[in-house]
Write a protein that binds this ligand. Structure first.
Ligand code: FAD
Length: 470
């Protein structure tokens, strides 16, 4: 007889495991099927966490190598890449054990294996049991998109997963794609000594982010030695002795008139393809179960994460939208609460996005370009970190805080930051927006001196033209 549960979740990433824990907290009998040895999904195993571990380690190395003399400190930096990678693995493993512990504590049943839908209310595990469930949640996530002619071998042609585990520092690494994954991984290897060239089809990096923030970020990374080839595409990649020769071409004018610049071939010893991610929705038996997908394979859901099949739900990267761990987690919580009869809800207007380079970039809400396009009247307040006493004291004064508020109501519509700890500072705006706050609310709130957060207050003051320190 099939083993039976109130809820069976396919996939133990941030969407799936958080949904499992929240549903168990609310009294449901929950099972989660995961095909890899570790829970935590892409985020914990080959995404957010290992990338941040390497970003931190490489930053320490670069600081010691280049950044201490202005503080009157002399030190010699020596790189032990194997030890750096081993630390990253330890961080990942200990956190994965932590998630296992949370499953035990909350009495979530874990099944190992590859699962697919097998008829109404049934989930089959390859080589394992078939489970019976009142509700099924698909949280199978996403995987990197490859480019034609550049199949991943994870040695010279890398996905983000390969770029997290190189055994030696490449002399010259090409990064195709100027989104956050390309910039973060490019930064890691640049700091560790690689020459890094980012090749981007569009005429700017960080598509979708406020353009001013993206421009400041590009200049900051250029100062660190990263080269950008914008409005450029890789037309061909040929393997050579120990490396690759990439042919570059203009990406078309894309409506901007931009053309590729610089030489049209690039000899590199590795290329990271970071051009996006696609949903993991093949092999799940979706069609037979009546679960519809869109043209790109994302599972389509209506309100409440319902798919087109009864009692089958989907959350996280596999349903599209911002492909971010915290978005998947909030969807997991909301779905669990709905299944338990509570009003679960996700506020998509306040999903923050962070690029963990140095400086960091962070964003929430609408960009200036999006507001213009929507014809919404707004007021803008900006404050540069050069005017922040704390930023100057710590020697990190690159960047700015920009707040966009509704011209009539003063309600905050967006906040965009590039600068020190931007990924932490952005949460002031996230919180304010969650409570429908105005720029004046932020401007009037106490901000301890001297903190980087004062720059958020000053930008909020600047919305009404009354910043004090600029
Ligand atoms: P996933 O994390 O992809 O988890 C899906 C799980 O389902 C996987 O464990 C998979 O093995 C399992 N699975 C799939 N099919 C089956 C099956 N048939 N049977 C059983 N199990 C199955 N996001 C951020 O918010 N912040 C960051 O800093 C950040 N950094 C990133 C850095 C990199 C290099 C990458 C690649 C991603 C990063 N992300 C980041 C994105 C983040 O990792 C994803 O948005 C998040 O993991 C999505 O969660 P999910 O639960 O939807 O799917």
């Amino acid at each position: 007889m099939a083993q039976s549960h109130d809820l069976v979740i396919i996939g133990g990433g941030p969407g799936g495991y958080v949904c499992a824990i929240r549903a168990a907290q609310l009294g449901l009998d929950v099972a989660c099927v995961e095909k890899t040895p570790n829970l935590g999904g892409v985020c914990l195993n080959v995404g957010c966490i290992p990338s941040k571990a390497l970003l931190h380690s490489s930053r320490l190395y670069a600081e010691i190598r280049d950044g201490l003399s202005e503080h009157g400190i002399t030190a010699t930096a020596k790189l032990d890449l194997a030890a750096m990678m081993a630390r990253k693995e330890r961080v990942v493993d200990s956190l994965a054990r932590g998630v296992e512990g949370l499953f035990k504590k909350n009495k979530v049943t874990r099944y190992d294996g590859v699962a697919h839908l097998a008829g109404k209310g049934r989930v089959a595990i390859e080589g394992g049991p078939t489970l019976q469930a009142d509700s099924i949640a698909i949280a199978t996530g996403s995987t990197p998109v490859a480019l034609p002619g550049l199949a991943f071998d994870e040695k010279r042609i890398l996905s983000s997963t390969g770029a997290l585990s190189l055994e030696k520092v490449p002399k010259h690494l090409a990064v195709i794609g100027g989104g956050y994954i390309g910039l973060e991984m490019g930064s890691v290897w640049r700091r560790l000594g690689a020459q890094v060239t980012v090749i981007e089809m569009l005429d700017g990096i960080l598509p979708g982010m406020d353009r001013e923030v993206a421009r400041v970020m590009r200049r900051a990374l250029e100062k660190q030695g990263v080269t950008f080839r914008l409005a450029t595409r890789v037309s061909e990649a040929k393997a050579g002795r120990g490396g690759l020769r990439l042919s570059l071409a203009a990406a078309g004018d894309g409506g901007t008139g931009a053309k590729a610049d610089g030489p049209d071939t690039l000899a590199v010893d590795g290329v990271l393809v970071a051009v996006g991610r696609k949903p993991v929705s093949d092999g799940l038996g979706l069609e037979a179960a009546g679960v519809e997908t869109d043209g790109r394979g994302f599972i389509t859901v209506s309100d409440g994460f319902r798919t087109s099949a009864d009692d089958v739900y989907a959350i996280g990267d596999v349903i599209g939208g911002p492909m971010l761990a915290h978005k998947a987690e909030e969807e997991g919580v909301a779905l669990a609460e709905r299944l338990a009869g509570l009003p679960g809800h996700v506020n998509y207007a306040t999903v923050p996005g962070v690029v963990y380079t140095h400086p960091e970039a962070a964003t929430v809400g609408r960009s200036e370009e999006a507001l213009k396009e929507a014809g919404i009247a707004y007021t803008v307040g900006k404050f540069p970190f050069t005017a922040s006493s704390r930023a100057r004291a710590v020697g990190e004064s690159e960047g700015l805080v920009k707040i966009l508020a509704d011209a009539k109501s003063d309600r905050i519509l967006g906040c965009h930051i590039v600068g020190p700890d931007a990924g932490t500072l952005i949460h002031e705006a996230v919180m304010a927006m969650e409570f429908d706050g105005s720029a004046e609310d932020v401007a009037r709130a106490f901000h301890a001196h001297p903190t980087l957060n004062e720059s958020v207050k000053e930008a909020a003051l600047a919305v009404a033209g009354r910043a004090i320190h600029i």
